[in-house]
Design a protein around this ligand. Structure first.
Ligand SMILES: Nc1ncnc2c1ncn2[C@@H]1O[C@H](COP(=O)(O)OP(=O)(O)OP(=O)(O)O)[C@@H](O)[C@H]1O
Length: 580
């Protein structure tokens, strides 16, 4: 049953809070039940029909007499009021406890899935659909949160129903038995609808994901859409996908409404049958009959609520499956430890060596790197050249330890990298791609990602080396907010800030993957000069198509279709290459 899965989540999150919550729940229901039973002698005093109390009513009267409450109208009214006040206070605390608990559980789920994605291997991450991951972290976790509330409400309803049924049994076992059997029958007949709700849930989950994907793509591709003047097409796509989601949501609402309709009719029939039996067959006393009517009047919306809640829970079961599958899948491919700043960078002293390295992406049969062997010497600049799709970026990912070779080894100073040392090695490498990423934050905070403890002088020196002194001429200087993914800066400005960040990291190996392609000639020349000045301090790998950017390298490696086509000094390789 899906409810147990939700209870399991709560129990797993905190046993103490779960127990406190359920204790408060039982207490509030108990006070409600006792309050209801109290109505019997209360109505009895009104009617002056002081029949001999029996069962639970007798126990409660005994208890009240024991604590000194007179069995008079005033005494009973006082006790009734006190009980209701007590219940109100318990419900107040119960609401606070349950809301705090729900938020904690939700945060726990979010953290778990986010950490699982953070810790998972890069090859798994690149094979995922980005919108599926964001949908998991935002929409689906929220839906699970909604379902947690529903499952709590379901438990409240079930306990209330239990209390009502017990009270009803003590007042008239026959009437209560009839109600229970008929109620159970209605429930049994409607069980098929719960399966339908589950199916609807799966479809709705898919529709939600599609909306998420369309929104994300729509926003990332906004510039292209505007240039292509395809706003209408984009809008129509969004409308179509939202219409589908609306349709699915309405289907579920229709299912719920239909169930409500059938339920109301069934409950009315049960009530009529019970009233007839109570009055004509059992000839119950008026107070008992009145309380039973009160109980059944309260019971029927509770049963209806249980129906809706079970439906709602079935509806979200698919979301929960999806959450668990994706989180479990990410967990299965997790890297050894999420060490963050605690991991020890590896120092380079001789060279980085790739021996017979091959790699293929899961979604592609052909190998992106095939039996690649090469050596990157310490404190030298190596240029890697090749046509588009030759495998240069894949090689960069392998070099920096982001991807593990399928076969072959990567060794640093003769030590082959394994799953754990690869993480430490990554900390020693700075990477500058063509399309750099900046956080929506100040330039200073973007730089501090590389080194939290960098001083003002360190920041200034890194910006200077990266030809990024323009930062100080901005109105807000280093405190300028760069905008979403750095969109308030030009491509070249972003690249220079990212280069400063990379230098601040004090890496052992700096990989520039088409990193100067967005720069003008003057700035490109300055960066090239900077790399030359770093020559004695840093091992550099420059990846590029353009020969001028690579010509000062100590070593040139040419890749073609995932294999090393030529390698050696600039002069020796260029002589071998076709003249274009
Ligand atoms: N995430 C991925 N999933 C599947 N195939 C991929 C992925 N990334 C790259 N490839 C494939 O691997 C091959 C090598 O790609 P890679 O990006 O390493 O080439 P590249 O030399 O850097 O190209 P470019 O100069 O165009 O950036 C290409 O055929 C590409 O289609």
């Amino acid at each position: 049953m899906v409810i147990f899965r939700y209870l399991g989540i709560m129990w797993h999150a905190s046993r103490q809070r779960s127990l406190l919550f359920f204790a408060l729940l039982v207490l509030s229901s108990l006070t409600e039940g006792i309050g209801l039973v109290l109505l019997v002698p209360l109505l009895g005093t009104l009617q002056e029909v002081q029949s001999q109390p029996t069962g639970i009513v007798a126990y409660i009267i005994e208890g009240l007499t024991f604590v000194g409450v007179p069995i008079t109208l005033t005494g009973l009214l006082g006790a009734f009021l006190a009980l209701n006040l007590l219940r109100a206070v318990i419900v107040y605390f119960q609401t606070l406890v349950s809301e705090r608990f729900r938020l904690e559980v939700l945060d726990g789920l979010r953290t778990r899935s986010f950490d699982a994605i953070l810790e998972s291997r890069w090859d798994w991450v690149v094979a995922q659909k980005r919108s599926d991951l964001s949908s998991l972290l935002i929409t689906e976790v929220n839906r699970i949160g909604g379902a947690l509330v529903q499952s709590v409400r379901l438990i409240i309803s079930l306990i209330s129903i239990g209390v009502y049924v017990v009270v009803a049994f003590t007042l008239s076992p026959v009437m209560a038995a009839i109600a229970t059997v008929l109620g159970g029958l209605i429930f049994f007949l409607m069980r098929h609808q719960h399966q339908v709700a589950h199916r609807h849930g799966m479809l709705l989950s898919q529709a939600n994901k599609n909306v998420q994907q369309t929104v994300e793509e729509g926003l990332s591709g906004l510039k292209l859409v505007k240039i292509l003047r395809s706003e209408n097409r984009s809008s129509a796509m969004m409308k179509a996908i939202r219409a589908k989601l609306r349709g699915r949501t309405l289907q579920f609402a229709k299912l719920n409404a239909a169930m409500g309709l059938i339920f109301q009719i069934a409950i009315a029939l049960v009530l009529v049958a019970m009233l007839y039996t109570g009055i004509e067959v059992l000839e119950l006393e008026l107070p008992v009959l009145l309380i039973l009517i009160v109980i059944f009047a309260r019971l029927s919306p509770q049963i209806r609520l249980v129906q809706t809640q079970i439906n709602g829970l079935q509806h979200t079961e698919a979301v929960m499956d999806n959450y668990h599958d994706l989180t479990r899948e990410a967990g299965k491919v997790s890297e050894p430890v999420l060490q963050g700043n605690d991991c020890e960078p590896i120092t380079l002293g001789k060279s980085i060596k790739l021996s017979n390295v091959s790699y293929s992406y899961k979604t592609r049969d052909a190998r992106s790197l095939n039996d690649v062997s090469l050596e990157i010497p310490f404190r030298k600049t190596t240029a890697i050249m090749g046509t588009s799709g030759a495998g240069k970026s894949t090689l960069a990912d392998i070099l920096m330890g982001l991807l593990a070779p399928e076969t072959g080894t990567v060794s640093v100073d003769g030590h082959a990298l394994d799953a754990e040392s690869r993480l430490n090695w990554r900390k020693s490498v700075a990477y500058m791609p063509q399309d750099v990423f900046l956080f929506h934050d100040t330039i200073r905070n973007n730089l501090l990602w590389a080194d939290q403890s960098a001083s003002e002088d360190d920041l200034e020196a890194a910006l200077k080396k990266a030809s990024a002194e323009f930062v100080y001429a901005l109105p807000e200087g280093i405190e300028t907010i760069v905008g979403d993914a750095g969109q308030r800066l030009s491509g070249g400005e972003k690249q220079r800030i990212a280069l400063a960040r990379a230098l601040l990291q004090k890496p052992q190996l700096l990989i520039l993957d088409e990193a100067t392609s967005a720069l003008d000639l003057a700035n490109e020349a300055r960066i090239r000069e900077m790399i030359e000045t770093l020559h004695a301090e840093l091992t550099v790998v420059i990846i590029g198509h353009r020969l001028p950017a690579l010509e000062n390298a100590d070593q040139l490696i040419v890749l073609e279709s995932g294999t090393v086509k030529a390698s050696g000094t600039w002069e020796s390789v260029v002589q071998e290459l076709p003249s274009d």
